[in-house]
Ligand binder design. Structure first.
Ligand SMILES: [Zn+2]
Ligand SMILES: [Zn+2]
Length: 337
């Protein structure tokens, strides 16, 4: 048996087709992985809808939050059956960003599940340097979403946000990233509030460690929680309303880290406030391998328990995308194989 089942994206905006394909053949320095879980995120929705990478060659196997078991490696360093997550960003190691250690903005970055075959298939070949082993007690689904939903938030809060214990942190948007942000910030000793339009998400955020949750039309009440505003805000909605809300809730000298985005959408803010109050607006993109390893270690320790909204089989991938597109998900939607 040298073939496998894969969910193929054949045309943008349409359903996936379950297809038999040849199993990938690992190249030099690559491992063959039996995929056991693939998380889906907003990026996958944009890609499948043709909104993010319209030039993507179809048919394609997407999916970049991947965990599975090692089938083989080139040097045998990881024995067959080893539980591994795959950090999906493949970097060149030679550009200016890589030289500074900012591999997440590598000039030649390639994403597993976009620039090469992704996780919506039974097998995957990836460079061994992208693999991170994880504990027996961590589920494949949790490990898979750690590679993006947790690692991206880890990078945003710890890397770009310079999160410190005792700070007041507001998370705008308690979706796949934001709910992990609540746990990461609370776990680091911050005081956390959440702004989200969905009452179910607000409830989950409370359970995950937020001490105040509000809707967008009730953010004025956060002044009772912190009269001065927030030291650090994670903007995870990528919407104009989210950004404007974040700016309005910043303390003097506060930082807003934007990890959400919408292609074509422009943000803006009052220049007097930006200069006069010494506000910082920072973008945050993906994660480095070190962020992903730290995030997965936090999951192994139980410090972060990634929220899994629902699990679907590979033959239910259309239902999974419908759930993702409904914007009702409480945490990640995951395909388990
Ligand atoms: Zn993603
Ligand atoms: Zn590079």
């Amino acid at each position: 048996m040298t073939d496998m089942t894969a969910a193929l994206l054949k045309e943008f905006g349409t359903s996936f087709a379950l297809t038999r394909l040849a199993r990938p053949r690992p190249g030099p320095g690559e491992a063959l992985i039996r995929v056991r879980a693939a998380g889906l995120c907003g990026t996958d929705l944009k890609v499948a809808g043709g909104k993010m990478r319209p030039g993507l060659a179809l048919p394609a196997v997407i999916g970049h939050e991947i965990a599975g078991e090692v089938v083989s490696t080139s040097d045998g360093a990881l024995p067959p059956g080893t539980r591994v997550a795959c950090h999906p960003y493949l970097t060149c190691g030679r550009c200016a960003s890589c030289a500074r250690g900012n591999t997440n903005t590598c000039a030649h970055i390639a994403l597993v599940g976009l620039d090469r075959q992704g996780g919506l298939a039974e097998y995957l070949a990836v460079p061994e340097t992208s693999l991170i082993p994880f504990a027996e007690h961590t589920s494949f689904a949790a490990a898979a979403v750690s590679m993006d939903a947790v690692a991206t938030t880890w990078h945003a809060l710890h890397g770009r946000g310079r999160l410190k214990a005792g700070e007041r942190v507001i998370v705008i948007g308690a979706g796949g990233l934001g709910l992990n942000g609540v746990q990461i910030a609370a776990g680091a000793g911050a005081k956390v509030a959440v702004v989200d339009r969905n009452p179910h998400r607000r409830e989950v955020a409370l359970a995950d460690g937020a001490d105040r949750v509000v809707a967008f039309d009730d953010t004025a009440s956060l002044r009772e929680w912190s009269a001065e505003g927030a030291d650090l805000i994670l903007e995870a909605t990528g919407s104009r309303a989210g950004f404007d809300t974040a700016v309005s809730l910043l303390a003097d000298g506060g930082r807003v880290v934007c990890c959400g985005y919408t292609p074509g959408l422009k943000f803006g803010m009052d220049s007097t406030g930006l200069a006069g109050r010494e506000l910082s607006v920072v973008g945050s993109r993906g994660s480095t391998f070190a962020d992903a390893a730290a995030a997965l270690a936090a999951v192994d320790r139980g410090d972060v328990r990634p929220r899994i909204d629902s699990e679907y089989r590979l033959d239910q991938v259309d239902d999974a995308f419908a759930r993702l597109g409904s914007r009702q998900a409480l945490g990640r939607v995951v395909i388990v194989l």
